[in-house]
Design a binder for this molecule. Structure first.
Ligand code: UD1
Ligand code: CA
Length: 474
């Protein structure tokens, strides 16, 4: 349902001093996205009249991060507090009735929670409605922790003590503006705090409500690197749970890192220590073994990625197998049933149906037909120091081990390349290409050499022998 009387205001002008970073706080990443991006994305489904992001510190970069998500930008310069940020945005908010205000640094918030906050604000006919959460640490004394209590377990009296402001609020704008006009920068930072508008409203007898977030983690702000790590952990957990619910097995899930836009089909298995990044997509029944990293990889069904492989911007069709220790660089395309083995690197390479590159190869700027076999240690020499050149290998080709294919070069269908060849000329179909020096065997050479060496050693060390004879010892 659209909220045509609502403007959304995202406060993202602050520096984030506590992060100790040259990068503005809202540009830091958690859960595979920038903090600000999570917040804006969460607001989009509310279909507000308008969305306004207040930027200041590194405003250009923050603008670049959110503009594609259809938010208006307001510049707050200098940054004199959250209340000041609202005043700066005032003109851009127009005549909307309600403002939903969010900080740019609390990225775990969910759309459903915001909907429910708006609903309470409307039905309660409130001037302001604050989303709150519960602190989970109960203090024994001012300095000492008494217990960590799950939010659901908090006793009512603890609730009163541990309710915290999320910095997410609904304001009825007609009531906010006069209240905010009374707020003075009476604090050590000399800032105008939006929080002070709440006390102002309450003192005037306006209705100020609070809704407690069902999941208190949703209101976590990222003020420090520790907060960032905790928020990232929660995002990653959410994503793994989403995939497990959809039928994916994840072993030791807490060791597996999955970006938000990754997809995986039923009965895939993800082993410990795997990273699935970017827009990686797995079909059904794929197995991604331990230590592998996939970035924007598209896998069809029943693909096996053996341990410690790296795949970037590549496509692997049904029943392909790679690794262990394989590196598929951008533009690799393995057709159905193809196999790339250990210590193989590929780049802009099409490996045809059922073809194999089993060990220790570099295949770059190359196109292989089907049912072709590339022997161990074979490489394509695609680069002459200035330009890259293409290697084309047909169907049912057998390239012997340790061959060097110097591009541009073509090997025809059904051809053989003798092991150890340096191929510089095309090999026609059904032919054998041999490009190595002939072998010469010298009969008896080794035995003669050994006799010569023995005689030479004899002549050099007479002393040693005489000492042994007299039986003297030192
Ligand atoms: C704020 C709240 C605090 C709440 C906490 C929850 C105030 C005064 N305090 O504190 O009650 O418990 O959030 O996370 O609001 N910003 C601007 N312009 C400014 C100052 C800040 O746009 O001039 C933005 C920041 O970029 C940030 C957000 O407002 O995204 C909140 O600012 P921050 O400094 O993180 O406030 P907290 O100290 O966390
Ligand atoms: Ca904060």
């Amino acid at each position: 349902m659209p909220n045509k009387d609502v403007v959304i205001v995202i406060l993202a002008a602050g520096k984030g001093t506590r992060l100790r970073s040259s990068l503005a706080k809202v540009l830091h990443r958690a859960g595979g996205r920038r903090l600000i991006e999570h917040v804006v994305r969460c607001c989009v489904p509310l279909k507000p009249k308008r969305m306004v992001t207040v930027v200041g510190h590194q405003g250009d970069q923050v603008t670049a991060a959110v503009e594609p998500l259809e938010t208006q930008i307001v510049l707050q310069q200098p940054q004199n507090g959250t209340g000041h940020a609202m005043l700066v945005a005032k003109r851009a908010l127009g005549n909307a009735k309600i403002a939903l205000v969010l900080p740019g640094d609390a990225p775990l918030i969910r759309t459903e929670t915001l909907k429910s906050l708006l609903a309470m604000h409307r039905t309660g006919n409130a001037a302001a409605t604050i989303l709150t959460g519960y602190g989970r640490i109960v203090r024994k004394t001012e300095t000492q922790v008494g217990a960590i209590v799950e939010d659901s377990q908090l006793a009512p009296e603890q609730r009163e003590l541990n309710e915290i402001n999320s910095s997410i609020y609904c304001f009825t704008l007609a009531k906010l503006w006069p209240a905010l006009a009374h707020v003075k920068p009476n604090n050590k930072h000399r800032e105008i705090y939006l929080t002070d508008a709440i006390a102002e409203l309450a003192a005037k007898g306006e209705t100020v409500l609070a809704q407690i977030a069902l999941d208190p983690r949703e209101v976590l702000g990222c003020n420090t690197r520790l907060d960032l790590a905790e928020v990232d952990r929660i995002f990653r957990e959410r994503k793994r749970e989403e995939l497990m619910t959809a039928g994916v097995t994840i072993q030791l899930p807490e060791t597996v890192l999955i970006d938000p836009e990754v997809n995986a089909g039923e009965d895939c298995t993800i082993e410990p220590g795997v990273q699935l990044l970017g827009k990686t997509k797995l079909g059904e029944r794929c197995v991604i073994q331990t230590g592998s990293v996939l970035l924007n990889a598209i896998l069809d069904d029943e693909v096996t990625v053996k341990p410690h492989s790296l795949i970037e911007e590549s496509r692997l069709e049904d029943r392909t197998t790679i690794g262990p220790f394989a590196r598929l660089r951008a533009g690799t395309h393995l057709k159905a049933g193809a196999r790339v083995g250990n210590f193989v690197e590929t780049k802009k390479a099409v490996i045809g149906e059922g073809s194999k590159v089993p060990h220790l190869s570099y295949i770059g700027d190359a196109r292989l037909g089907s049912k072709t076999n590339i022997g161990a240690g074979t490489i394509t020499c695609n680069y002459d120091g200035v330009n890259k050149h293409q290697t084309t290998i047909g169907n049912r080709v057998f390239v012997g081990s340790d061959s060097v294919l110097i591009a541009p070069v073509k090997i025809g269908d059904g051809a053989y390349v003798a092991a150890g060849s340096a191929i510089t000329k095309n090999v026609p179909a059904e032919s054998l290409g041999v490009a190595r020096s002939h072998q010469l065997n010298k009969k008896g050479w080794a035995a003669k050499k050994r006799r010569e060496l023995a005689a030479a050693t004899h002549a050099k060390s007479p002393k040693k022998r005489s000492r042994k004879k007299t039986g003297k010892r030192r």
